[in-house]
Write a protein that binds this ligand. Structure first.
Ligand code: GLU
Length: 466
């Protein structure tokens, strides 16, 4: 194991969204690429907005994507004593101070600053306060450096500097004694020995404050990499109005985890013109150095394309496991006859999602209750009767074991009956599946099994050919 340690630190205030999943994936890949450690930390200090349901949803999303952590999940609410010790330490060292300014006073000063065109900032009234009425409500502020600048070399964005004069004396502990967000993050990242902080660029403005805290506490400052955000097609930040943003919603819509991972890795990261990456290739090739500086646009068509690719090339037995819930929601729970993997191999070529595939797999498990009338109208009843009789007889008599043999048998039937292929193929397809939108006949017969195919043809004959 190398010393490289990264973390994904979601706040459990909602489901795992695609932006968060991408951050998790980038961290996971970075750790795996360098033989480092990937840590999961649940940032639940905002007890009002954090819920167990969200924690579960985040864990579920990560599990589905296969983003397993090496350490964790840790919960910030377990660390309150630790944060308090650090607040105490800063107070004792004169690097933090108590502040009794009332919210309404601060608000008035803020408004005055705005009115005068000054950037609002805490004016340091309590920095030098002599009396310390500890029994009165107060917060604790960090005594931030007033001069110079705080800068860092972001692995993605390059050097970013903030004049210290613009940074407030951050509140690190609230009136009720609970520590604030930026403070907790620093203590945790320091104590977890995080070497690289890879996160969304909405946190860039927190970074100088956090760096000042690391320095005041005497902890090494990690390396930062701020990943540009994901936009919708209209270039606005990706949100619900662009479509689903929850990882689990993508699972439920029939996307494969490998397709979503592959899609997410390309949102911001590139490796030449390559588009398709197995997990091993991602691990091998991923580097923060190849993450771009500009935001990426979420493109559902590309995700569909990748999903179709992984469905087409997937192992039918594995796809079967993933498809089962989609069939179950359609009332199909017994997928042993016909065998689901066999069914899937007839549908892989054409499905973009597992939802689509489940829809097309239904006829295998549900005898057609109706037949495509418009397609059947092209054939006379006596023709249908003759075709169904010939096919049922031939299929029952022949011992076919492959789709190719079955197709050959249908050629024979055509020759013997003096028919062209569509004159036989279309009615038989309809008999087997109810519609003409089905895989090749040989494939259907093999997946369905000859006895069931024959039974369906006889059923159709009774229903359609009088
Ligand atoms: N909890 C923060 C969030 O969900 C992430 C903080 C961080 O990565 O430093 O946005």
């Amino acid at each position: 194991m190398s010393d490289l340690r990264v973390r994904f630190a979601p706040s459990p205030t909602g489901y795992l969204h695609v932006g968060g999943a991408r951050t998790a994936l980038f961290n996971w890949l970075y750790a795996h690429h360098f033989g480092g450690t990937f840590i999961l930390r649940i940032e639940d200090t905002d007890t009002e907005r954090s819920t167990q349901q969200s924690v579960d949803a985040i864990l579920q999303g990560m599990e589905w994507l296969g983003l397993d952590c090496d350490e964790g999940p840790f919960f910030q609410t377990d660390n309150f004593p630790l944060y308090k010790q650090h607040v105490q330490k800063l107070l004792e060292e004169g690097k933090a101070y108590r502040c009794w300014c009332k919210p309404e006073e601060l608000e008035a000063k803020r408004e005055a600053a705005m009115a005068e065109g000054r950037k609002p900032k805490y004016d340091g009234t309590c920095r030098h306060r002599q009396d310390q009425p500890l029994d009165q409500p107060h917060v604790i502020r960090f005594k931030a450096p007033e001069e110079g600048e705080t800068a860092f070399d972001d692995l993605i964005k390059g050097r970013i500097a903030f004049p210290n004069a613009e940074l407030d004396d951050l509140i690190i502990s609230r009136t009720d004694g609970t520590p604030t967000y930026n403070f907790c993050v620093v203590i945790d990242d320091a104590l977890m020995r995080i070497s690289h902080v890879i996160r969304g660029d909405d946190h860039v403005n927190n970074t100088p404050r956090q760096i000042q805290l690391y320095e005041a506490l005497g902890y090494p400052v990690p390396i930062f990499a701020h990943v540009p955000m994901i936009l919708g097609s209209d270039k606005a930040r990706l949100s619900k109005r662009h479509g689903a943003t929850s990882v689990i919603a993508y699972r439920d819509m029939g996307y494969l985890p490998e397709a979503l991972n592959n899609y997410l890795v390309r949102l911001g990261w590139s490796n030449g013109d390559d588009e398709i990456f197995s997990r091993e290739e991602m691990v091998q090739k991923f580097d923060i150095a190849n993450v771009g500086r500009s935001p990426s646009v979420f493109n559902p068509d590309k995700l569909n394309w990748l999903n179709a690719h992984y469905i087409k090339t997937g192992d039918p037995a594995r796809l079967a496991e993933l498809l089962k819930p989609h069939l179950a929601s359609r009332g199909v729970t017994d997928t042993t006859a016909p065998d689901l993997a066999g069914v899937i191999s007839t549908l892989q070529e054409r499905a973009q999602t597992l939802e689509e595939m489940a829809e097309r797999a239904l006829f295998y498990y549900q005898v057609p209750q109706s037949y495509d009338e418009a397609a059947l109208a092209k054939f006379e009843k006596p023709h249908l009767a003759a075709v169904f009789t010939a096919v049922a007889a031939k299929l029952s008599a022949a011992a076919i074991t492959t789709a190719a043999e079955c197709d050959a048998l249908f050629k024979e039937i055509c020759t013997e009956g003096g028919w062209k292929m569509p004159q036989v193929g279309q009615p038989v397809r309809i008999a087997l599946s109810g519609s003409t939108q089905a895989p090749g006949i040989g494939e259907i017969v093999m997946a369905l099994g000859v006895p069931e195919a024959v039974a369906r043809i006889q059923r159709a004959k009774a229903a359609l050919a009088g």
